[in-house]
Ligand binder design. Structure first.
Ligand code: FES
Length: 647
């Protein structure tokens, strides 16, 4: 848990909350504290509804035309435009808070502000990368010491660095004579260390050890992320990302496999991903002022389909029962041969896959989080277009991929969108008048709802009685608020009126949206349930949960439990791992023993094919409820719902 910085007290209700980040936004803090402040524009500063009076403390607030001079002088500020710089006492005026300011729920989940991170905190012991540079001063040949150039280099490597047998790439041999003589017999030799062999990958004139860089690449279905690392210090010298240009050939892995099977499809997809990677690489090199020739090696990870597409391997059989990938382990690949703009000496290590739908991004994630080294029973979850799940510890691991559907990434939801600017990421509903309080990413006017916003909606709708546990709207409430109404596709709730959005229509959440979200969360929970049952355990045995991927970033874990997406455990045991796939690549790029480790853990994971499970369907159907038909698995939520009903 990060260190507490400030405390904010909201009056007149006397609700206090600790703040963990410098310059945290006041509206965001009010939301976490469960203090209802009107917020109709997502925090863009345009609706003027989030007016609060700051009674005491240090803060920084932007001026606003929504406040009169007199109000400003009295201490009124827009909460969404205020940053907290010290302990604060804030009064929420009547017009900003409706009749009852504090929602009837438990104290806010501080961990949302704390944003605990794992994985990025790898230990910066001196790197020992798979490709290591050695500076060698060779004795020049003489009449009686005239062994070959390669033989001479091999003798010095053995004598000075205890590297007895080195195989050699042909292209190294091709330039060897010139490199040795250009360097006046003083050269830098790059050697690839695997657990079974040593291979000479490059010989350069002079001493180039000071400039040694490694590349880590996460090949996501939606985004390609790259990090450039100083292989001497372990420091990340640049990071860049871009949308995978394969998106134009299909949003998810299944449509990409279908596209790959068309004439020229596989080649087109491979080239697109490489083109995006080259853009990311160029940005990394420019940012860090590094030359591509200074990169010694790379580590790449992607899900199984992305890996195969990237390597130009036909993905057809990934999609057909019995769902067999071409390979789970890959030999080092010369990146230039794939079209990546690096010199030919740069070899890429591709993270191993487990099965057709549990790929190198997951093994890299397990490596990054150290699940395979920890005795605690861990649930690792990466929710994207698929929900990939690993459960286990240092002794065993099982995995599954729930075909969750892209609902949490915006697919199949009327105003669904990815977590980018203008996406509603947090929602609270006032229990008295059913008015929403919304916050958008970037605090601009909303244009859609992202995954975390949808989770909030579902949880808040259920707790406010707007929808029943079956996900159907309570139509009787239409007489209490005009936000609940019958729209084109059935009943809906107006989250944001047209004039406060970037759209030309009201932003609504519909009943079909809710059905879709329930199906998605149901399939993920059911997958966890099947995995646990397969090893004779239950949810109460889980000791920690790690959420990975972009989706986990803004999730309010209490809400995710409230809807039955996550099992109801102690929220403090839930962490956000960030882009664990990239972190795993970084680790393997800096420490050669991590490559051995990831190969070991990939063989340790037993994948369970859900389509072949005879209990999956029953589990799935049981999970199509808010939070679940087995309410005994969600005692806290059961209590909350009962209290809401009674109140
Ligand atoms: Fe602050 Fe609209 S002005 S939420």
């Amino acid at each position: 848990m990060p260190e507490k910085r400030y405390t904010v007290r909201f009056e007149p209700d006397g609700v206090s909350i600790d703040v963990y980040r410098e310059a945290e936004n006041l509206l965001r803090v009010a939301m976490v504290a469960g203090v209802h402040v009107n917020a109709s524009c997502g925090g863009a500063g345009t609706c003027g509804k989030c007016k609060v009076k700051i009674l005491e403390g240090e803060y920084d607030a932007k001026p606003s035309s929504k406040l009169t001079d007199a109000e400003w002088d009295q201490g009124y500020r827009l909460a969404c435009q205020t940053q907290i710089l010290g302990d604060l006492v804030v009064e929420v005026p009547v017009e900003s808070r409706y009749e009852k300011g504090v929602l009837a729920r438990e104290a806010g989940p501080e961990h949302v502000l704390a944003a605990a991170r794992l994985g990025d905190e790898y230990h910066l012991v001196t790197p020992e990368p798979a490709v290591q540079k050695y500076y060698l001063a060779l004795p020049p040949p003489t009449d009686d010491q005239n062994v070959s150039d390669l033989g001479r280099l091999g003798q010095v490597l053995k004598r000075e660095h205890d590297i007895p047998r080195v195989s050699t790439d042909y292209h190294v041999m091709a330039g060897l004579a010139t490199a040795l003589r250009d360097g006046d017999w003083k050269v830098t030799a790059s050697v690839l260390h695997t657990h079974t062999s040593r291979r000479l990958t490059r010989v350069e004139p002079g001493d180039t050890r000071a400039r040694t860089f490694a590349l880590a690449i996460d090949i996501g279905t939606t985004t390609i992320h790259g990090a450039l690392l100083d292989a001497n210090t372990g420091e990340e010298v640049a990071r860049a990302a871009d949308y995978n240009s394969q998106v134009s050939m299909g949003e998810d892995v299944i449509t990409r496999i279908i596209a790959a099977l068309k004439p020229g499809g596989l080649e087109g997809l491979q080239k697109r991903a490489v083109k995006t990677t080259n853009g990311v690489l160029a940005e990394l090199l420019t940012k860090a002022e590094v030359d591509a020739g200074e990169i010694t090696h790379a580590v790449l990870a992607g899900n199984t389909t992305m890996t195969q597409l990237y390597l130009g391997l036909n993905p057809k059989y990934i999609r057909e029962a019995p769902y067999v990938p071409t390979a789970n382990f890959f030999p080092p690949v010369r990146l230039a041969e794939l079209g990546i703009k690096v010199p030919s000496h740069v070899l890429g290590y591709v993270m191993p896959c487990v099965a057709s739908y549990v790929g190198g991004d997951i093994t890299a994630g397990v490596l990054a989080c150290g699940i395979h080294l920890d005795s605690r029973l861990t649930l690792f979850m990466d929710v994207g277009t698929n929900g990939e799940i690993v459960i286990g510890n240092q002794d065993w691991m099982v995995s599954a991929s729930a075909s969750a559907g892209p609902a949490f990434e915006g697919g199949g939801v009327k105003f669904g969108m990815r977590a980018t600017y203008g996406a509603i990421e947090q929602v609270r509903i006032n229990r008295e008048n059913l008015e929403p309080m919304i916050l958008t990413i970037g605090q601009v006017q909303p244009k859609g709802v992202c995954g975390s916003g949808m989770i909030d909606c579902l949880a808040e709708f259920a707790e406010a009685g707007i929808v029943g546990q079956n996900g159907k709207f309570n139509q009787d409430l239409a007489s209490r608020t005009d936000r609940i109404r019958e729209g084109e596709t059935g009943w809906e709730y107006v989250l944001c009126w047209k004039d406060q959005t970037q759209l030309d229509q009201d932003l609504v959440v519909t009943e079909p949206d809710i059905d879709n979200l329930i199906r998605t969360k149901g399939s993920i929970y059911a997958a966890c349930s099947v995995l646990l049952k397969s090893v004779g355990l239950q949810f109460t045995d889980i000791e920690r949960i790690i959420l990975a991927g972009g989706f986990g970033r803004y999730i309010d874990v209490e809400k995710a439990m409230a809807i039955g997406l996550l099992p109801e455990v102690d929220p403090s045991t839930v962490s956000y791992g960030g882009n664990t796939s990239l972190t795993g690549c970084k680790l393997a790029a800096l420490y050669r023993d991590k490559i051995e480790e990831v190969e070991g853990l990939a063989t340790m994971i037993t994948n369970i094919e859900l389509s072949a499970s005879n209990i999956y369907m029953d589990e799935y159907v049981a999970a199509l409820f808010l939070p679940h038909t087995r309410m005994e698995e969600f005692p806290r939520q059961a209590e909350r719902l009962a209290a809401a009903l009674a109140g």
